[in-house]
Design a binder for this molecule. Sequence first.
Ligand SMILES: *Cc1c(COP(=O)(O)O)cnc(C)c1O
Length: 360
Amino acid sequence: MSRVYNFSAGPSMLPKEVLEKAQKEMVEYGAAGMSVMEMSHRSKDYEEIINSCEALVRELMHVPDNYKVLFLQGGGSSQFAMIPMNLGNKNKKCDIVITGQWAKKAAQEAERYITVNKIASSADKTFSYIPKLDKSTFSKDADYFYICLNNTIYGTKFNQLPDTGDVPLVADISSCIMSEELDVSKFGLLFAGAQKNLGPAGVTLVIVREDLIGNQMDICPTMFNYQIHADNGSMYNTPPTYGIYIMKLVLEWIKEQGGVAAVQKINEKKADILYSFLDSSKMFRGTVVPEDRSLMNVPFVTDDDDLNAKFIKEAKEAGFVNLKGHRTVGGMRASIYNAMPVEGVEALVAFMKKFEEENK
Ligand SMILES: *Cc1c(COP(=O)(O)O)cnc(C)c1O
């Protein structure tokens, strides 16, 4: 069996070069005489790994000096509670745009602690677009304004950031981190579970402006307190050591590609190949309005459920796996994260053309 083209939404494919390097270093890391998994997180060798991982995040995303970079656990989903507990303790109020399941879950969790104003929603059309926002509806006294920048399930992306003035903008960038350039200084807090674009599941990256931490609620557990993790360099307790090591390898790989700007160009090319085909096909069509399309997650359908099932089955046999769409959308979804090469998308489109020919 050879490696397949894996279009999974997450956990998702990693660059082969990264896996090979990890394999080489698996049993003995450098001169340590042991695997990274077996090391003390307080050892010199490990300190170097976590420090260079943080330095690479800062370099690749141009993170300003007044932001903390944290390596946490608990997945993206723990951030749904950590954010209100840490950032929502002034006026106990936030604004949120409901663009899909992840935003909905974030809102539901935040509602346990603070007042959540749902500014807009695209639920009326199965989240197939990003709602137009009217600034006059934003709460001026909100502690933060929350968006899910790229909606993994529905395949939409904010191509324009809401103008929130002095209210800190908080964004879930789990499925688009480092896929294209992002101006960190426009945000109060950014977070991403690693398993889409950065590494294995188990690490959550948080980038937060320093002045927003240290004002947590009294009920906030120690492990949910950003200040604790910031003061301890993400080493208050044992961090997810191996996941951080793999993330470092992925970041080195991004740097070798030419950095985020270079990766963005490749991602735009990949997305263009796929969307152009979907727009020209008589059998397949994308489900998202063109102006809000994601670069990373591309849901598409035919008008026939049986044909969808046949396509997914035959694609799998041909080495294109995990193309089944999310249960709430149906059809197919191709997640084309950073690690998916252009050739993978070209091969998928060639397969789709052939399928369309054969099933006219
Ligand atoms: C996958 C995903 C999450 C959930 O991440 P977990 O690490 O599984 O908790 C949250 N938000 C977005 C946008 C995602 O794609």
